[in-house]
Design a protein around this ligand. Structure first.
Ligand code: ADP
Ligand code: MG
Length: 463
C-alpha cells in the first residue's frame, strides 16, 4: 500500500544491503534503460522485519512502477527476504519539502532531483505508432532510422533527423511515431510536436505579447523537438532566425531534433543557408511513393483494421489505381466502408471504380481559389486585395498570373469563374496568364521551383 510519510533518516538496519540485493535481481530482468530510469532513482529508507521501505520521487513514479513492474517487484522481494517479504513505498513530499527548505536555513538537501512529468501537451496523436506503420522499399531507411532515434533520442548521430518526401507518404506518421515511442520509453522526457506553420503563428503571438524569451526558452527546454513541414519557414526570416538559435541550443545539449519537409534540405530555396547546412548535419532520409506490393500490404492491413472484407481482386484494383499517396489509399477504404454500410451491397469492381474516381475528384475539390490566392500572396509578399485591382505593377501581375495558373491546375473551376475571382477579369485574361506561366516554367528554373513550392504548400494545407 501507499503511505505518504516523512523520511526518517535515523532508522537503520541493513536496508541498503537488502535493496542492493533486490537491484541485482531486477537488473537481470529488465533492460538497462528501464533499470536506469525506474529503479536506480529509488532510495531504500528502512527495513523493519521483512518489510523494506523505499522512497520514490513522485506519485507519478509510483503509479508507473505499480502498473508496470508490480509482479517483478513482488517476486524479487520474496526472493530476497523470503515468503513474508514486502516492499513498502513512500513518496517524497516535494511541495512540503520545498516549503520547509525555504523556511529553515540548515535543512539538508535530500530531495531527489528527478525531472517532473511535463505539464504541457506534446500534441502527439497516439494513432501514429511504429506498430501500424507498414515498411516497404520506399520508406526503409526513414523508418529504420526513426526507430533507432526513438530508442536513443539525442545521443545518436542522426541529429537532426530530416525526413522528406511527397504528400501523403507517411512523414507525419513517422515523426509522430518517434515522439510517441520516446514518451513510452522515457515518460519524463519533454517531447513536443508541431508544424512549422504553427510554430510561426505562435512566434508571432509571442512577439506581440512581448514573450519572445519565454517562447524561445520553452523550446530550448525540450528533449525532443519535432517540427513538421519545415518548408513553411521559407520566406519567414524572423522565425528562421529564432529557430536557428533554438536549433543550436538543442543540438549542443544533445537534444533530439526531428524535421519533415516536402523536399531535401538543399532544395529549400529561400531558407537561410545556415539552416540548410545544419539540416544536413545529421541524417536526411527520403520517403518514396510505395511500390505495388507495399500498397497491397497497406490496403490489406487497413481493411482488417477497419473491419471490411474485400477480395484480393479489389485490393489489387485500388493498389493499381492509386499509386502515390497513402492517404488516398486510406481515403478509398474509408469511402468504401461508408458506402458499404449505407447501401449494404458487396464491394465489386464497378463499385470500386466509382469510388476511385471520386477520390480523384476530391483531390481537386479540396483546394479553393481563395486558398491559392492567400498562399501565393503570402509567399510573394503581395497584398491580397491588390491582386484583384487593375494595377499592372510587375510583382502584382506575377502574383496574379501564378495564382490564376495554379487555380487552373489545381481546381475544377472554369476559366470564367477563375477570372471572376480575380477582380472580374474575362476568361481570355486567364488563358493568357496560364500560358505565360507555362512558358516561363519551361524556360526558367526559378519559375518552375516557385510554382512547385507553392503547389506543394497549397496541397499540404488543404488536406
Ligand atoms: P505526410 O505527412 O507525408 O503527408 P501522413 O504521415 O499524414 O503523410 O500519412 C498519410 C496517411 O497515410 C496517414 O493516415 C498515415 O497513417 C498513413 N500512412 C502513411 N504511410 C503509411 C505506412 N507506411 N503504413 C501505414 N499507414 C501509413
Ligand atoms: Mg504531413
Amino acid at each position: 500500500m501507499l503511505n505518504i510519510l516523512p523520511i526518517e533518516e535515523d532508522v537503520y538496519t541493513d536496508f541498503i544491503g537488502t535493496w542492493k540485493e533486490c537491484l541485482k535481481v531486477i537488473k537481470d530482468n529488465v533492460s538497462d534503460l528501464t533499470y536506469n530510469t525506474w529503479f536506480l532513482p529509488i532510495k531504500p529508507v528502512s527495513l523493519t522485519g521483512t518489510i523494506l521501505t523505499v522512497q520514490l520521487p513522485s506519485q507519478f513514479f509510483w503509479e508507473w512502477i505499480e502498473e508496470h513492474f508490480n509482479t517483478l517487484i513482488n517476486r524479487t522481494i520474496k526472493e530476497v527476504l523470503g515468503e513474508d517479504g514486502k516492499l513498502n513505498f513512500v513518496i517524497t513530499e516535494e511541495k512540503e519539502e520545498i516549503d520547509s527548505r525555504q523556511s529553515s536555513q540548515n535543512t539538508q538537501s535530500q530531495r531527489i532531483a528527478m525531472p517532473q512529468k511535463p505539464e504541457f501537451s506534446s500534441n502527439l496523436n497516439p494513432r501514429y505508432t511504429f506498430e501500424n506503420f507498414i515498411k516497404g522499399e520506399g520508406n526503409q531507411l526513414a523508418s529504420a532510422a526513426a526507430k533507432a532515434i526513438s530508442e536513443n533520442p539525442g545521443t545518436n548521430s542522426f541529429n537532426p533527423f530530416f525526413i522528406y518526401g511527397g504528400v501523403g507518404l507517411g512523414k507525419t506518421h513517422l515523426i509522430q511515431a518517434i515522439g510517441n515511442k520516446i514518451l513510452l520509453e522515457f515518460p519524463f522526457k519533454k517531447v513536443i510536436y508541431l508544424s512549422a506553420d504553427e510554430f510561426t503563428v505562435e512566434f508571432v503571438d509571442a512577439i506581440q505579447s512581448n514573450k519572445r524569451n519565454e517562447f524561445s526558452n520553452f523550446y530550448k527546454n525540450m528533449d525532443a523537438l519535432i517540427i513538421d513541414d519545415i518548408q513553411f519557414l521559407v520566406g519567414k526570416e524572423k522565425t528562421q532566425d529564432l529557430f536557428f538559435h533554438i536549433f543550436n541550443n538543442l543540438h549542443q545539449s544533445n537534444k533530439q531534433i526531428i524535421l519533415s519537409s516536402d523536399r531535401p534540405p538543399k532544395d529549400l530555396k529561400g531558407l537561410d543557408d545556415r539552416l540548410i547546412s545544419r539540416f544536413q548535419w545529421g541524417l536526411s532520409a527520403d520517403i518514396q511513393p510505395p511500390d505495388l506490393e507495399t500498397r497491397i500490404a497497406i490496403l490489406r492491413r487497413k481493411s482488417v483494421d477497419y473491419g471490411i472484407s474485400i477480395s484480393l481482386e479489389v485490393i489489387e484494383y485500388i493498389a493499381k489505381s492509386i499509386t502515390n499517396n497513402i492517404r488516398e489509399l486510406e481515403g478509398c477504404l474509408i469511402k468504401l466502408l461508408a458506402n458499404v454500410s449505407l447501401n449494404s451491397r458487396p464491394i465489386d469492381i464497378a463499385f470500386v471504380k466509382r469510388t476511385v474516381q471520386e477520390i480523384a475528384t476530391d483531390r481537386k475539390v479540396n483546394i479553393t481559389i481563395e486558398h491559392i490566392t492567400k498562399t501565393v500572396c503570402g509567399y510573394l509578399k503581395v497584398d491580397e486585395n491588390k491582386i484583384r485591382d487593375k494595377t499592372r505593377k510587375k510583382e502584382i501581375v506575377l502574383a496574379r498570373q501564378v495564382a490564376m495558373y495554379l487555380s487552373k491546375k489545381l481546381t475544377q473551376n472554369s476559366l470564367k469563374s477563375i477570372g471572376l475571382h480575380f477582380g472580374g477579369r474575362d476568361h481570355s485574361t486567364v488563358i493568357h496568364a496560364v500560358s505565360s506561366i507555362e512558358e516561363a516554367i519551361a524556360t526558367d528554373k526559378r519559375m518552375q521551383d516557385l510554382c512547385e513550392m507553392l503547389q506543394s504548400q497549397i496541397e499540404v494545407n488543404s488536406l
